[in-house]
Design a protein around this ligand. Structure first.
Ligand SMILES: NC(=O)C1=CN([C@@H]2O[C@H](COP(=O)(O)OP(=O)(O)OC[C@H]3O[C@@H](n4cnc5c(N)ncnc54)[C@H](OP(=O)(O)O)[C@@H]3O)[C@@H](O)[C@H]2O)C=CC1
Ligand SMILES: O=C(O)CCC(=O)C(=O)O
Length: 498
């Protein structure tokens, strides 16, 4: 099926508008079935050099194309993605495993981002300000930076790439993109779409290969002036150190330990829905996934009871089947990491209420599946309540008050997303002020960010930059302040005239 959809058995790099094959490849495995979907190149640093050489030349021309015309390419990209939405979604499910309705949602995010960023081609606002002197004009403009690098993870193979590459391109940069080796198909498809949409050669280059080779070569390349990265904390910190040494701009998004707070006045059925969707959707493999539920002790028993009933109804299997709600884990390493956290949780004294085991009966044994898992009576300092598990595992932490709930929510090193279920408007406004995360939800789970608002977090989640929203343009542009003196004589500012 994948071969018919893809039309090829082997992907190729996209360099200077051409498909360039690489001899060394590795298979892309469908995590639901264990089958090979396609082979992907394992490029070396020379492909990065080639991509950068092409991008440097292309970017100079691209920056001179008026931004509304650059945006026209994005409109065409959005339309082509729309036409191919179902095919892209199916391929996304095959490479990543997420269930088809979520894959459709992710592709739609990319489409939305195309139209949203295309709109920025007619804005890219700067400022005009009064000047201090007569016959003088003062303004700030956004300038493209040059060649930029984006390094993307496997859990959102298309959405995250659009959050980064679309603003970069509309702002007049050229892009080198290294997708995760586990999920390269969306990059291959998006490069084809850009090509068909008429993007000039060299403005987008895709180099497939491992992070330690291709990613590392990008980070070290003198002519790549920005790195925008989403992935693990460890890799992000290493990238940041190297970029710091080179004074290279770097934007990082590195995960979370997100909580849903359930207060004693919450609509519990609604809270259960929010928890299920954000804890077990994408099998918990989202940086915004809910992995802690901070629950008021008065409603804890009732919440547990309702959660167990609803968890029992979750169907697990190959996400291409429309009836499936929870798909596989990306790979064996991911599965082993989750299993290890189950042991950690048990040893720490948390009570396992549901799940906690791998699923391998019948066809499930061909993939990597883990049962949706609920721990209760966890304490805020346990490792299962502090560290990112990246799987369908959620821990209930009982608290006695609203103030304690906020404190527990904020007592982790990450700060991406949080949510509160309550019907008290005063608590809502206090919570949105006091929750120390980049994203706050009220009466909804911790996932489901919309592309027109900034995406990112506080503390260990990132380094202050944001993907998505108009704020993404700040990553891919320099501010230039321009003073035009039309007095015909040399006027001197900063002279004290008193
Ligand atoms: N914040 C988030 O959304 C994500 C968080 N994670 C977390 O990270 C854990 C491990 O996942 P993993 O995929 O290994 O995460 P990584 O951080 O290793 O991978 C993310 C991206 O960075 C690349 N990369 C890896 N090493 C380097 C390097 N030295 N220099 C430059 N780029 C590099 C990867 O390439 P390649 O994989 O091709 O080698 C991939 O494209 C997960 O279990 C989860 O906890 C993972 C994904 C997303
Ligand atoms: O669901 C969301 O809020 C976006 C999720 C995402 O991009 C992620 O978790 O990596």
């Amino acid at each position: 099926m994948s071969e018919a959809l893809l039309n090829t058995k082997k992907l190729a790099n996209f360099l200077h508008g051409k498909w360039v094959e690489v001899e060394k490849t590795t298979p892309v495995i469908n995590p639901a079935t264990g089958e090979t979907v396609v082979d992907v190149p394992l490029s070396d640093a020379s492909s990065v050099d080639e991509a950068v050489a092409s991008a440097k030349v292309a970017q100079k021309e691209w920056a001179l194309v008026p931004a509304p015309q650059r945006a026209e390419v994005l409109y065409r990209v959005g339309n082509l993605m729309k036409e191919r939405k179902e095919r892209l979604s199916q391929l996304l499910t095959m490479e990543n495993g997420k269930v088809i309705e979520e894959a459709r949602g992710e592709v739609q995010e990319g489409i939305d981002m195309a139209f949203y960023m295309a709109g920025e081609g007619r804005r890219l606002f700067g400022q005009t300000t009064p000047a201090e002197l007569k016959d003088k004009f003062a303004m700030s403009v956004r300038a493209p930076i040059g060649v930029v690098g984006i390094i993307t993870p496997w859990n959102f193979p298309i959405a995250i790439a659009t959050w980064k590459s679309f603003p970069a391109i509309v702002a007049g940069n050229a892009v080198i993109w290294k997708p995760a080796t586990e999920t390269p198909i969306m990059a291959f498809e998006l490069a084809k779409i850009f090509d068909e949409a008429g993007l000039p050669k060299g403005v987008l280059n895709v180099v497939f290969g491992s992070g330690s080779t291709v990613g590392d070569a990008m980070v070290h390349h003198d002519d790549i002036r920005v790195i925008s990265f989403t992935g693990s904390n460890e890799t992000g910190r290493n990238i940041a150190s190297e970029c710091g040494r080179q004074l290279k701009k770097v934007s990082l998004e590195m995960g979370g330990k997100n909580a849903v707070i359930v207060m004693d006045d919450a609509d519990l059925d609604l809270a259960v829905e929010g928890i299920l969707w954000s804890a077990f959707g994408t099998s918990g493999q989202r940086c915004t996934a809910c992995s802690r539920v901070i629950v008021h002790e008065d409603v804890k028993a009732s919440l547990e009871e309702r959660l167990l009933v609803e968890m029992d109804k979750l169907t697990i299997g190959n996400g291409l089947d429309e009836s499936i709600k929870v798909g596989p884990i990306i790979n064996k390493a991911g599965l082993d990491k989750i299993k290890n956290y189950i042991e950690i949780g048990k040893n720490e004294g948390a009570k396992l209420l549901a799940g906690g085991y791998e699923l391998a009966e019948d066809d499930l044994g061909n993939g990597h599946y883990f049962a949706p898992t609920l721990f209760t009576d966890a304490t805020a300092d346990m490792r299962i309540a502090q560290e990112e598990i990246f799987g369908p595992v959620v821990s209930l932490i009982p608290v006695k008050s609203f103030e304690e709930a906020i404190e527990v929510n904020n007592g982790v090193t990450y700060g991406l997303s949080s949510s509160i279920f309550t019907q008290d408007v005063n608590r809502v406004f206090k919570a949105q002020r006091d929750l120390d995360t980049g994203i706050v939800y009220v009466n909804a789970g911790t996932t489901g960010a919309e592309i027109h608002l900034p995406f990112g977090g506080t503390k260990g989640t990132g380094n202050g930059h944001r993907d998505s929203g108009v704020q993404a343009l700040d990553v891919f542009t320099e501010w230039k302040s321009v003073y035009v003196d039309f007095s015909g004589k040399l006027q001197r500012a900063q002279i004290d005239v008193e």
